[in-house]
Design a protein around this ligand. Structure first.
Ligand code: SAH
Ligand code: SF4
Length: 349
C-alpha cells in the first residue's frame, strides 16, 4: 500500500471534484480510514483502501504532562519509533514535530543526539504526526494552527521530505496553515539555509546557536567543526535579506560553558543589524547528560545583559518536563508514571 499523505492535494487520486473531497476528508475532517468518506461511492472507497494507506503508524502512545502538553510516541511501519509533542495554549494549539528517528548531529546536551541516527522520516510520516495528534485530541487537523519542527532530528538534513510536508501544511486544500506559524529549527547547516531561502515559503527560521564563539560551540555541537559561526551567520543574513523574516536564535544555557557575561556581550555584537531575537532555553535535564544547566539566577543575568545591549530576549521555560517531552529530552523513553493509551492499532496497514 502506498502512503496517500505523500501526495499534494492536486495529486490525490480521482478527478478534480473527487480530489477535493478526499483532501477535505483527510485534512479538514481528519479521516483515518477511507470507509469514513461516506460521500464517495462505495466502490471507490474500497478501491482507495486497497491501494492507499492514511496512517503511517502501527501504534500511537500518549503521555500527558501535568502542564497540559502531551508527548506522543509513534511506532512506524518498519518498527522504528519517533515522537511529537502537543502543546495547547489558551489561544493556540501547537505541535512540535520530528523530522527523523534520532539525529546524526550528536549535540552533547541533547538526548536525541545521544540516541544517534535512525533514519529520515518521509513527508507522509511528518504529516501523519499532525493527523494522529488531532485525532487523539478530538480536533480537526486544521485546528492545529502552529507547527514547530523542533522534535527529533535536524530538518535541514532531511530537507526534501520536510519541504514536501510543509507544502501540504501550507496548501489551501491541505492543512491551510499560515507560513508565519511554521517554525523550522536548525543546528545551522548553511547550504540548507540557502536552499530554504530560495524556496521562500515564508516559514520562520530558528537557529540553534548556543555559543557565539567557535571554540565553545565545537565543545557542544559536533557540526560546528564543519560550519563556523561566521559562515552560519552569513547564511542567516542572506535568509533575512531574501525573506524579510526575523530569525530567532536559540541558546540553551549550560553551566560554565556558554553562560559567561563575555559570551552574552559577544553574542549581542554578532547579532547587530540582524533584527534578531534571542530565545534562551533553560537546560532540560536527562539521564546521563554530560552537561548541567545554568541556575535560574544566571539565566536571568544573561538575559539582562543581552537586553541592556539592545537584543530582544525571551526565556522559554519548556513544557512537558515531567514526561520527557521538553526540548532536548526526546529519546523514546517511556516516562513514569506510565499512562498508556494505545491508539489506532494497525491503522491503515
Ligand atoms: N535539530 C534542530 C531541531 C530540534 S532540537 C535543532 O537543533 O535546532 C530543538 C531545540 O532544543 C534546539 O534549539 C536544541 O538546541 C534544543 N535543545 C536540545 N537539547 C536540549 C536540552 N537538553 N535542554 C534544552 N534545550 C535543548
Ligand atoms: Fe540533533 Fe538538534 Fe539534538 Fe543537535 S539539538 S542532536 S541537531 S536534534
Amino acid at each position: 500500500m502506498r502512503p496517500i499523505l505523500e501526495l499534494l492535494p492536486e495529486e490525490l487520486p480521482g478527478e478534480g471534484y473527487r480530489k477535493a473531497q478526499i483532501a477535505h476528508w483527510l485534512y479538514a475532517r481528519g479521516a483515518l480510514d477511507f470507509a469514513e468518506m461516506t460521500d464517495l461511492p462505495k466502490g471507490l472507497r474500497e478501491a482507495l483502501g486497497k491501494e492507499w494507506r492514511i496512517s503511517e503508524f502501527t501504534l500511537v502512545e500518549a503521555y500527558p504532562s501535568r502542564d497540559g502538553s502531551v508527548k506522543y510516541l509513534f511506532t512506524l511501519l518498519d518498527g522504528q519509533r519517533t515522537e511529537a509533542v502537543y502543546m495547547p495554549y489558551p489561544n493556540r494549539k501547537t505541535v512540535c514535530l520530528s523530522s527523523m528517528v534520532g539525529c546524526p548531529a550528536g549535540c552533547t546536551f541533547c538526548a536525541t543526539g545521544a540516541l544517534g541516527f535512525g533514519r529520515n522520516l518521509t513527508a507522509a510520516e511528518i504529516l501523519a504526526q499532525i493527523l494522529a495528534i488531532a485525532h487523539h485530541q478530538g480536533l480537526s487537523p486544521r485546528e492545529i494552527r502552529n507547527v514547530v519542527l523542533m522534535g527529533m532530528g535536524e530538518p535541514l538534513l532531511n530537507l526534501g521530505n520536510v519541504l514536501k510536508a510543509i507544502r501540504t501544511m501550507l496548501h489551501p486544500k491541505g492543512l491551510a496553515m499560515s507560513p508565519r506559524r511554521i517554525t523550522l529549527s536548525t543546528v545551522g547547516i548553511p547550504k540548507g539555509i540557502y536552499r530554504l531561502a530560495e524556496e521562500d515559503l515564508g516559514v520562520r527560521l530558528a537557529l540553534s546557536l548556543h555559543a557565539p564563539d567557535d571554540e565553545t560551540r565545537k565543545k557542544i555541537i559536533p557540526t560546528a567543526e564543519r560550519y563556523p559561526v561566521a559562515e552560519i551567520l552569513e547564511a542567516v543574513r542572506h535568509y533575512y535579506a531574501r525573506t524579510k523574516r526575523r530569525v530567532t536564535f536559540e541558546y540553551t544555557l549550560l553551566k560554565g560553558l556558554n553562560d559567561h557575561p563575555w559570551q552574552a556581550r559577544l553574542l549581542a555584537g554578532l547579532l547587530k543589524g540582524l533584527s534578531a531575537h534571542v530565545n534562551l532555553i533553560p537546560f532540560n535535564p536527562w539521564e546521563g547528560a554530560p552537561v548541567e544547566g545554568t541556575p535560574k539566577a544566571g539565566i536571568l543575568a544573561f538575559a539582562e545583559t543581552l537586553r541592556r545591549l539592545g537584543v530582544p530576549t525571551s526565556i522559554r521555560w519548556s513544557r512537558g518536563r515531567d514526561v520527557g517531552a521538553a526540548c532536548g529530552q526526546l529519546a523514546l523513553k517511556t516516562p513514569a508514571p506510565l499512562t498508556f493509551t494505545p491508539l489506532l492499532e494497525d491503522a491503515g496497514r
